[in-house]
Design a protein around this ligand. Structure first.
Ligand code: ADP
Ligand code: MG
Length: 285
């Protein structure tokens, strides 16, 4: 038997742009006590703006930007999009000889015969690229050319306008704990967590680390939601009691892996989802 109220609840939420893939998830939403958020594209817009380009070791800033845009040209990561937009010029595909994306780290490409790495600090260190210390006000994307540090691109992401209010309302609704997980650096994670009043945060995570961390919060009661934009988040969406994906920016894999999809990337819809789940009457037929 299917509780009839579930149909009404799912229907009501679908009108608000929240797709719930089964009545059992309304039950899980009702019993939620922990919500774990991905940062980029979920709490933040995921639309980065380049704020600084700084070249080192013999190339100029324009050359650095160009080579980074070429290396990123096949990536759909929000960081890649921002670099391509800032570059704002044509990409000559013939110059891209190899391309590989390393999830949660960056990209490796062969551009006009040179091996180009664009990504985070770990990615550079793993590849033997010596990097200087840079003040981390924002996300720093490092560039290595033939394993020599060639410069960095600083980008900043904005917190979504509805995020702070949503976190406050979740607390009012009795959600006990909010957690932020991110592949981004410690300083950015801390700043976002403090600004939003998120209870706990973890930085420098790979997608598999996010799964390990989420597992620490799981208990016998179904009570842990993970909310992600989907880029690299499919495993952790699948592992949570209820995986919620932002459908606008999200990847197809994430929308597939999610139990609930928020169609227009409005994070405040989580409040609607919880409210409707609580009001859903279990009419058994
Ligand atoms: P988040 O957890 O914030 O959503 P991701 O797991 O997607 O982040 O990526 C983690 C980190 O890896 C990013 O903050 C960035 O430093 C680096 N990174 C991932 N993909 C790329 C890319 N295409 N270009 C540059 N850096 C990248
Ligand atoms: Mg992400």
């Amino acid at each position: 038997s299917i509780p009839l109220g579930y149909f009404a609840g799912i229907g009501k939420l679908s009108k608000k742009g929240v797709l719930v893939k089964g009545g059992n998830y309304l039950e899980t939403l009702k019993n939620l006590d922990t919500i774990i958020f991905d940062k980029t594209g979920t709490l933040t817009e995921g639309v980065f703006e380049v704020t600084e380009v700084k070249a080192y070791n013999g190339i100029n800033n324009n050359e650095l930007l160009k080579i980074a845009a070429y290396a990123e040209s096949h990536s759909n990561h929000p960081i890649a999009t921002s670099i391509k937009e800032y570059y704002n010029d044509n990409i000559d595909e013939k110059l891209i000889q190899e391309y590989q994306e390393i999830v949660g780290k960056g990209v490796r490409a062969k551009i006009n015969g040179e091996t180009v790495l664009v990504g985070n600090m770990d990615f550079m260190l793993e590849n033997g690229v010596d990097i200087p210390t840079i003040e981390p006000n924002g996300t720093i994307v490092y560039v290595g050319i033939n394993n020599i540090f060639a410069g960095y691109i600083k980008i900043s992401d904005k917190i979504r306008p509805q995020t702070k209010d949503t976190i406050n309302k979740l607390k009012e609704l009795g959600i006990k704990k909010t957690v932020l997980l991110t592949g981004d650096n410690e300083e950015t994670a801390k700043r976002v967590a403090l600004e939003l009043g998120v209870d706990e945060y973890y930085a420098n995570l790979l997608p598999e680390d996010k799964v390990t961390l989420l597992e620490r919060y799981l208990s016998d009661k179904p009570s842990v939601a993970f909310v992600g934009d989907g880029i690299n988040d499919a495993p952790v969406l699948a592992r949570s009691d209820v995986g919620i994906a932002m459908g606008g920016l999200g990847s197809d894999a994430a929308i597939e892996a999610a139990d609930v999809v928020i169609m227009e990337d409005d994070i405040s819809r989580i409040i609607d989802a919880i409210n409707v789940s609580r009001k859903t009457i279990n009419i058994i037929w």
